[in-house]
Design a binder for this molecule. Structure first.
Ligand code: NDP
Length: 475
């Protein structure tokens, strides 16, 4: 029998995805640029071999798939994808579907989608989250492209996706770049979530002077409460893991320089392009950049020293730990609210009609930011899909109000203790600015009008569009 689907790229993600597809009873043809990888993959596939058609040439590969052929391309993002698509194209027929499942920039996806417009071929840009484990046993999948193309792959993708209470974490989210855009924002939120966790870890380690294992206990306890999520769960595991060589906690031996591949930065750029604040993601991207300036930081510590603030003191440790838990929840709400606000602006900008409740729904399982919390977001957006911001939905407004004091106390304690909490502080700044009906931009408007005659609107509706800054006013 012909294969139901094809997959190119048997690297970490591609081989796991292919095994997942085969295991769910879908016959799959596979191809990899380097033939040895294909052979090794097939040799290691065990009893799944019967569902796999290993191919060493593109001709053989294309012929093995049932038309219209859906072909997943799971290779290094960027130019490699364009090259692979060019190599594949001559062998394809009308209605065949090339599916880029890597971490593409959605602008590349839009370009690829448009380039194929008159070719009879179609294109899907598909975000896949969940890392290696997710790919193997159930990722969260964000699909963008033509709805007819989605219909051709819906069954296979539904069979391999993660399930939350039996509901598959995959859906069609809109035309062209919609899937990759949503995946990008997913990663941006992931950056913020991880940074906020790291800042709380910093307060526990450098403020309360707790050891890694003890901090692991704290995260473990939080994982049984409102913060229950994959990222908190792995934080506990990571903090409790020992280095096999020295026996010391492994985190204490890891260099404090974080890598980044671009999706966080893209989230911030797109947010800025649309004029939507995404301060949590911005803070997280900036924090990774500062982290990578290790030499400069060490040199600066020699010149400036650590802040001269004396000992970090809290009156009641148990109460402070409760505050940290609530502060983390609050700042997380801020980052997710911002991420969803960016998506709703993009939905208008690119005419995608992105379904917010569906996005929250397919993030509940499979992906890196999966959590109980996303189920609550799903409920909030289902009740009110067009709300301006998550934080004004009744459930989240309540949570923001309840955790407000804790976030303030934690950010203040960190500031007074000289500990950097840029992402937590950004959340507080965001809430305090967003909830204030009368801000301070009246002064900025006056300054802009003063030096650049930019004009301003008046609160009383009177139409004096310029201020009385004329001669005789300035000192
Ligand atoms: P790997 O490095 O494990 O594999 C890379 C694959 O790309 C190999 O199959 C390689 O083939 C192929 N490749 C590279 N360049 C070319 C080219 N010019 N033409 C054809 N094939 C090429 O990567 P991953 O599996 O980790 O990542 C694949 C994609 O998935 C990336 O876009 C990544 O961002 C994304 N992703 C990764 C996640 C992860 O957790 N790792 C999570 C979610 C998405 P060859 O064997 O011939 O070198």
């Amino acid at each position: 029998a012909q294969a139901e689907i094809g997959l190119i790229g048997l690297g970490v993600m591609g081989s796991n995805l292919a095994l997942n597809i085969a295991e769910k009873g879908n016959r799959i043809a596979v191809f990899n640029r380097t033939v040895e990888a294909t052979r090794k993959f097939y040799a290691d596939a065990g009893e799944l071999q019967s569902q796999i058609v290993p191919c060493e040439t593109i001709e053989e590969f294309v012929a093995a798939i049932r038309p219209p052929r859906p072909i997943i391309i799971m290779i290094k993002a960027g130019e490699a994808v364009d090259q692979q698509m060019e190599l594949l194209k001559p062998y394809l027929e009308t209605n065949d579907i090339m599916i880029d499942a890597g971490n593409a920039n959605f602008r590349d996806t839009m370009r690829r989608f448009d380039n194929l417009k008159d070719s009879g071929l179609t294109f899907i840009g598909m975000g896949v989250s969940g890392g290696e484990e997710g790919a193997r046993h159930g990722p969260s999948i964000m699909v963008g492209g033509r709805q007819e193309s989605w219909k051709r792959v819906e069954k296979v993708l539904t069979s391999i996706a993660a399930k939350f209470d039996g509901v598959p974490c995959v859906d069609w989210l809109g035309e062209n770049g919609a899937g990759h855009f949503v995946k990008t924002i997913h990663n941006g939120i992931e950056y913020a979530d991880m940074q906020m966790i790291a800042e709380i870890y910093g307060i526990l380690r450098d403020g309360l002077k707790m050891g890694a294992t003890e901090i692991g206990e704290v995260f473990g306890e939080w994982n049984r409460g409102r913060l229950n999520s994959y990222l908190i769960e792995i934080t506990e595991k990571v903090l409790k893991a020992a280095d096999p060589i020295t026996g010391r906690p492994i985190v204490d031996l890891i260099l404090d320089k974080a890598g980044q591949k671009g999706t966080g930065k893209w989230s911030v750029i797109e947010a800025q392009n649309m004029g939507v604040p995404a301060t949590g993601i911005e803070a997280a991207v900036a924090a990774r950049s500062i982290s990578s300036m290790k030499d400069e930081r060490e040199a600066a510590e020699k010149v400036l020293g650590l802040p001269n603030v004396g000992e970090f003191r809290v009156a009641d440790k148990a109460a402070f730990l409760k505050d940290l838990e609530s502060a983390l929840l609050a700042s997380k709400i801020g980052a997710y609210a911002q991420g969803f606000a960016v998506m709703s602006a993009a939905s208008r900008e690119f005419n995608w009609n992105l379904p917010m409740p569906t996005i929250a729904k397919i993030w509940r399982a499979g992906c890196i930011i999966r959590s109980q919390f996303l189920d609550e977001i799903t409920t909030a957006f289902t009740k009110d899909p067009d709300v301006a911001n998550l934080i004004v939905t009744p459930a989240f407004a309540r949570m923001v109000k309840e955790s407000d004091g804790a976030l303030r106390r934690v950010v203040s304690a960190a500031a007074l203790g000289g500990l950097p909490v840029p992402a937590l502080a950004s959340a507080l700044g965001y809430f305090d600015s967003y909830r204030r009906g009368r801000g301070t931009a009246n002064l900025i408007q006056a300054q802009r009008d003063f030096f650049g005659a930019h004009g301003f609107d008046r609160i009383d509706g009177e139409d004096a569009h310029h201020g009385p800054w004329g001669s005789g006013l300035s000192a």
